[in-house]
Design a protein around this ligand. Structure first.
Ligand code: Z5A
Length: 211
């Protein structure tokens, strides 16, 4: 990539087992195959000390108040923001599995105030595109390994989906909503073509922040 051109920040969001990991991997492979510098990332990033606490919480070996774990998920994003910014400005496109919107959706679904949940996300780098994979919770429970972690309950995932829908309306200018019950290949084709159109458009735009 020539000097001054940045990479794009691309996020996958959606309920558990909606196909985010599958689609992020395919998108990274596609972009790399076209010679576009691309790196995968995911949140929570479980290897840092904050990430290890989050992992203990998610695997049910540690309990924390809802407000505390919410702020830890956010802190986990903040602790990686310098690295994210540096990579984007170097011209690397980042394909990220979950971001701030998961933070808001899961915590608001527990009953925390929506605006309170958004507050610690303000100032993080704003994505260029969010691919939101949406499917009725009942359609996702029969996908692999459902039910192993804390939030993997149908009724709770239904509430999470409602908050994701609210976020999708609020952030409509850069959210792309997909029916996640489509085949892996059909979803990938649509996501790939939106991304290939997006990259040259954002390459000369300054980075923005969530507000
Ligand atoms: N969380 C939070 O509370 N606050 C935050 O700020 C953040 C996260 C960032 C861990 O997330 C938990 O953290 C998550 C939200 C919370 N809790 N929950 N639930 P995670 O991302 O580490 O883990 P995950 O949500 O469990 O994601 P996942 O298991 O990786 O699911 P996925 O990535 O969406 O799906 P997948 O792995 O691509 O696919 C799942 C299965 O479905 C697999 O067998 C695939 O082969 C199959 N699949 C995929 N696509 C399709 C299609 N199109 N058709 C049929 N089958 C498919």
């Amino acid at each position: 990539m020539s000097a001054g051109k940045r990479g794009a920040l691309i996020i996958f969001e959606g309920c558990d087992r909606s196909g985010k990991t599958t689609q992020s991997r395919l998108l990274v492979e596609l972009l790399k195959s076209k010679g576009i510098p691309t790196l995968p990332m995911n949140f929570p990033e479980r290897s840092s000390s904050i990430g290890q606490v989050i992992n203990s919480y998610l695997t049910n070996s540690k309990d924390l108040p809802d407000e505390v774990i919410h702020l830890m998920f956010s802190a986990n994003r903040w602790e990686h923001m310098n690295q994210v910014k540096q990579k984007l400005l170097e011209g690397t496109t980042l394909v990220v599995d979950r971001y701030s919107f998961s933070g808001v959706a899961y915590s608001a679904a527990k009953g925390l105030d929506f605006d309170w949940c958004y507050a610690p996300e303000r100032g993080l780098i704003k994505p260029d595109a969010v691919f939101y994979l949406r499917a009725p919770s009942n359609d996702l429970t029969n996908r692999g390994q459902y039910g192993e972690e804390r939030y993997e309950k149908v009724e709770f995932q239904g509430r999470v989906a409602e908050v994701f829908d609210r976020i999708c309306s609020k952030e409509a200018s850069y959210f792309h909503k997909f029916d996640a019950t489509q085949s892996v290949e059909d979803l990938h084709a649509q996501i790939g073509s939106i991304t290939e159109e997006l990259l040259p458009k954002v390459a000369t735009q300054p980075l923005d922040t969530l507000s």
